[in-house]
Write a protein that binds this ligand. Sequence first.
Ligand SMILES: C[S@@+](CC[C@H](N)C(=O)[O-])C[C@H]1O[C@@H](n2cnc3c(N)ncnc32)[C@H](O)[C@@H]1O
Length: 261
Amino acid sequence: MPDPNDRRPRDMDRAYWDDVADTYEDEIFSVRDHDTAGLIEERVTRLADVNHTAADLGCGIGKFTPLLARNFGAVHACDLSEKLLARARRVCRGFANVDFRQTDLGAEPHPFEPVDFVLCVNVLIMASLDIRLRALRAVTAQVKHGGHLLLVVPSTESMLYTRFRMVDWSLRDGYDCETAVRENLPRAGSLRSLYQGVRAIEGVPTKHYLREELQVLLGDHQMEVLETRKLTYPWTTEFDDPPDWLGSPLPWDWLVLARRT
Ligand SMILES: C[S@@+](CC[C@H](N)C(=O)[O-])C[C@H]1O[C@@H](n2cnc3c(N)ncnc32)[C@H](O)[C@@H]1O
């Protein structure tokens, strides 16, 4: 198991996202492809209205944008990376109701007029508290009063739980406690980062959230949380060759549906 702290950390800035444009599918986890229960699609279609406008904030290569285009009258798709936007534009060629805009949510508080429905999937994951809070303000301000936000973010609980399963796995394999801990938990890395829910994934510091943290943060931004639930993934998303006995509970992201008050 590689130690995530062995790699030089990279900021999730525009250069980072431009750089992954050509190899995006190999490097970036696709929530769309792993949401096999269709939790996101179910909520999008439930809240769909052809007279309403939606926004895909941090649309990436446009995994969710066609879903929004089919269900809303107009869609704004924005992303920090012009290269990713170019790919999203190609994916949405067949839709006349989508407009694209290069936007830095950490710098531009109102890329569009507030809309009825905002989808924001694994975008508020930057390690910088300052940039992240500004991006959260932009995302929530983009929702009309009475409109909805569907947010997906990595889970801190799932991150810690997965580490527990790794240590437990080593113990079952016969390792002693000291070795199981040493082999499975990062040697380095700051406690300050961990307390903020920031953990390096493939060398890139990535923000994870607690369920209660989301409740408080969204409440502070005029959002009433209607639902928080696990978006679970198979163990193959964490390990190359997971044994069947790993079973449940599975790892997860948080899926939050909130309404702007
Ligand atoms: C993990 S990808 C998710 C893409 C897409 N939402 C999906 O689920 O397929 C995160 C996306 O957020 C975008 N992003 C990161 N920081 C951003 C910012 N400050 N403003 C706008 N987009 C940003 C990245 O360019 C990237 O496309």
